[in-house]
Design a protein around this ligand. Structure first.
Ligand code: AMP
Ligand code: MG
Length: 485
């Protein structure tokens, strides 16, 4: 089966986008094709013409190429006019199972919203997005996916000239908090309502039957977002640029510009070169999630009020309850990470004390949880040995073991296996990602493909992959990531 387009955004929302045509590719060449995803989408047969499809060199039949308009709060400041500056939505593909996915090209050339930008994507960042989004999917985290990356045949000017590339992105939709902000700021409640009706039909159909569908939409997005942020925290993911234009209404992770995974744990960890004040630091992400939802609330307020003016207050009350809801979801995930099958009073304190004990100790976040599982059969030293201050973690380990004694009875091996099924061993370690991307840009893709295989199989240990589970060698440069590259 090939692309089966049904372009509801294009059809139902004229005035919410600008027509756009891919223009970046002159001599496309396939770099990576996501055969597994293509199969799942019913698109396996597109592999033959993949370079032309992904690069936008040839438009598939049924496409209605557009650039979507949006605004966004960037680092807390409102930018009224953003929009797809280097991305073009080809349309919505309906899979053989009836699921609907956007097919968007990123890096396919300038659009009406490009401002001063060139509309292009360099090979390194495109491969990085492919790798990290596929790693996230393998970790069971809601995310946009990559169908593949193709070289455009052009060079793009960054700090140096780089090979230009285009990535084909798959998403439940590309509707963002910033999309709502755009129509609230420029065109008013009528447009916000039309966008909200579209988003409800597409993502949260149950909200349509609620007394106030727009309030129900808000609550559903809030729930999806807080679950998403909790899932990032569980694996040590730092998104890096949680601007409201990078927050998808569907609850998928989107925009893999300056993202990174924690090496040593710190709530204050920041990787992005431009995040000077740590707004998007690892431990600040839940708070920023709430801040972003507050902006969605402001954009939706007029349509919520049209149904029932009192329910703007209900929205505020929902926001006030965000913290508690978030903590509940987060704690459930931490219980699983700690091998706890029951929920008992005192678990929140136990979880918080582990994170407090890790702060400032240079403890590798990923390996800590794998070593906790190991310690059940190999002894506590595999964990205490990771710390310089062994006293605090020693007390914590005793408390954790006492807590396990009150949990459902389970053989230590079985509990360790349950922990290893939720605590990844292989994540895209920053030094590995950098090395693989540097080699790829120089024309050697072997390290990239190997890393891709490792991070898309994150849980089961393989001796030949030992090197991928190791922290960066001592004395290596701290990782710095960049936006908009
Ligand atoms: P991002 O930091 O990737 O979320 O991008 C923020 C905004 O800048 C979005 O509206 C992008 O479309 C736009 N943008 C980023 N890079 C480029 C580029 N090379 N050309 C045109 N627009 C861009
Ligand atoms: Mg973005």
């Amino acid at each position: 089966m090939s692309l089966n387009f049904d372009n509801s955004y294009f059809r139902d929302l004229p005035g919410f986008y600008a027509p756009a045509n891919p223009s970046a590719a002159t001599d496309p060449e396939l770099v990576v094709w996501n055969g597994t995803l293509a199969e799942r989408l019913g698109l396996a047969e597109l592999e033959d013409g993949a370079a032309e499809l992904i690069s936008g060199f040839r438009l598939p039949g049924g496409a209605d190429p557009i650039a979507q308009a949006y605004s966004g709060h960037q680092f807390g400041h409102f930018s009224p006019q953003l929009g797809d500056g280097r991305a073009i939505l080809l349309g919505e593909h309906i899979t053989p199972n009836g699921a609907r996915f956007d097919l968007q090209l990123k890096g396919s050339g300038r659009t009406a919203f490009s401002r001063g930008g060139d509309g292009r994507y360099a090979l390194g960042p495109a491969l990085r997005e492919h790798l990290v989004s596929e790693a996230m999917a393998a970790l069971g985290i809601e995310t946009t996916r990559s169908l593949g990356v193709a070289l455009s045949g052009e060079q793009v000017a960054r700090q140096t000239l780089q090979p230009g590339a285009v990535l084909a992105r798959i998403a439940k939709s590309h509707i963002r908090v910033g999309t709502f902000q755009f129509f609230a700021a420029h065109l008013g409640p009528d447009h916000v309502k039309r966008l909200a009706d579209h988003a409800i039909a597409r993502h949260y159909p149950a909200a349509a039957g609620a007394a106030n569908p727009y309030l129900a939409l808000f609550e559903a997005v809030m729930e999806a977002q807080l679950r998403l942020v909790a899932s990032w925290i569980h694996v040590g993911f730092v998104h890096g640029v949680m601007n409201t234009d990078n927050v998808a209404i569907s609850g998928e992770t989107i925009d893999f510009g300056p993202c990174a995974f924690l090496d040593a744990y710190s709530a204050k960890a920041v990787f992005s070169s431009i995040d000077e004040n740590g707004r998007y630091a690892f431990g600040n992400q839940p708070v920023i999630g709430r801040w972003n939802l507050t902006q969605l609330g402001s954009a939706l307020a007029s349509v919520v009020a049209e149904v029932n003016p009192q329910e703007v207050e209900t929205m505020n009350a929902l926001l006030a309850g965000y913290g508690e809801r978030y903590l509940g979801v987060w704690l459930n995930g931490v219980r699983a990470k700690l091998g706890l099958a029951r929920a008992l009073a005192g678990d929140l304190d136990l979880a918080n004390r582990l994170f407090a004990a890790m702060e400032g100790q240079g403890v590798d976040y990923t390996n800590l949880f794998r070593n906790l599982a190991r310690s059940l059969t190999a002894g506590l030293e595999v964990v205490t040995g990771m710390f310089t201050n062994r006293e605090e973690i020693g007390i914590w380990l005793d408390d954790w073991n006492a807590r396990i004694a009150n949990d459902e009875a389970m053989l230590p091996e079985a509990r360790a296996a349950a922990m290893n099924a939720v605590n990844p061993l292989y994540i895209p370690r920053n030094h590995k990602v950098e090395a693989a991307l540097s080699a790829a840009v120089e024309g050697d893709l072997a390290p990239y493909f190997r890393l891709l295989e490792v991070v898309t199989n994150p849980y089961v240990e393989r001796p030949e992959w030992a090197d991928y589970a190791m922290p960066a060698p001592a004395g290596s440069q701290p990782c710095v990531t960049f936006c908009g590259t």
